[in-house]
Write a protein that binds this ligand. Structure first.
Ligand code: AMP
Length: 128
């Protein structure tokens, strides 16, 4: 069940601060506090959706359009064109990376890798 007190719900309600990139009626984007690369932004719908499947199944056409508009404008604002990664984690036991915040978000990542990213890659290669 969706937890209304998750950290992204609080950001959306303006209860905790975030470094916003783009916002519209249905979605917003803000910088990840623990960036994997020079540009690491999270794009979230304002509606209460736990993960990407939940959003794809239940969000209205207007919410989905608003979300993708926010995604495109975020990429444009960050100057991202051809070289980037996008991912969404779902669940506490996903095969590669677990979801830690249970409000649907896309990670949009570009630019040079941070040290945290390099450490994570090394760790991942050791464990798999
Ligand atoms: P995930 O593990 O896919 O659920 O991703 C959650 C992401 O949210 C992680 O990359 C965290 O670094 C990021 N995060 C957690 N709290 C905040 C916050 N207050 N502001 C921005 N990003 C956050």
């Amino acid at each position: 069940m969706y937890d209304k007190d998750n950290v992204f719900a609080k950001i959306i309600r303006g209860e905790i601060p975030s470094k916003k990139v783009v916002e519209n009626e249905y979605a917003m984007s803000f910088y990840d506090v623990n960036p994997m690369c020079e540009k690491h932004v999270l794009v979230v719908p304002r509606g209460e959706y736990e993960n990407i499947l939940d959003f794809a199944r239940r969000a209205s056409a207007a919410e989905q359009a608003g979300f993708w508009d926010c995604f495109v404008k975020t990429a444009d604002k960050l100057g991202i064109n051809g070289e980037f990664n996008v991912f969404a984690n779902a669940g506490m036991s996903a095969p590669l990376f677990n979801q830690s915040v249970f409000h649907f978000h896309l990670h949009l990542i570009a630019g040079d890798k941070t040290d945290a990213c390099m450490d994570m890659i090394k760790c991942f290669l050791c464990e798999k």
